[in-house]
Design a protein around this ligand. Structure first.
Ligand code: AMP
Length: 140
């Protein structure tokens, strides 16, 4: 599949569409999922023009997963979760809906149901509050 430079994450990366940003470095942008499966559901997005896991050099992938590893425990702490689910979908048949490589960080709280993937849009004010909470922990 050819990379589409007008996919929604490419637009967020270019600043054409707003997002509740949590973290950014030279290679990676992290922001809240607009249809969170749980509180704190975040997306770790590469700045490479890669459709999926098989469309990126291993070195660039290593940088991306390193950000997942660094941020997931902090996001978990910020929302008071008990565990973290890391998800990554490749291809429409596997459930991928945005064809720009990213990992999902989904904090899991014992006894709190996980909503369906790409299900329901969250209120912007709720997302803003969650983002603030996470940014505070990331600042340290
Ligand atoms: P995937 O199905 O793995 O490609 O995941 C794409 C994710 O992007 C879904 O969980 C959507 O809820 C999420 N999403 C779609 N549009 C936006 C957006 N504008 N801002 C933040 N997250 C989004």
């Amino acid at each position: 599949m050819a990379y589409d430079p007008n996919n929604i994450f490419a637009k967020i990366l270019r600043g054409e569409i707003p997002a509740h940003k949590l973290y950014e470095d030279e290679d990676t942008l992290v922001f809240l999922d607009i249809m969170p499966r749980t509180e704190g559901h975040a997306l770790v997005v590469t700045k490479e023009k890669a459709c999926d896991l098989f469309d990126i050099e291993p070195e660039a992938l290593a940088k991306l997963i390193a950000v997942v590893q660094k941020l997931a425990p902090k996001i978990k702490e910020a929302v008071g979760a008990d565990g973290v689910l890391i998800q990554q979908f490749n291809g429409e048949a596997a459930g991928q809906t945005v064809f720009h490589l990213h990992f999902h960080i989904v904090p899991i709280r014992r006894g709190v149901p996980v909503k369906p993937h790409a299900g329901q849009m969250e209120d912007q004010a709720v997302l803003a509050k969650t983002a603030e909470k996470i940014r505070k922990v990331l600042k340290g």
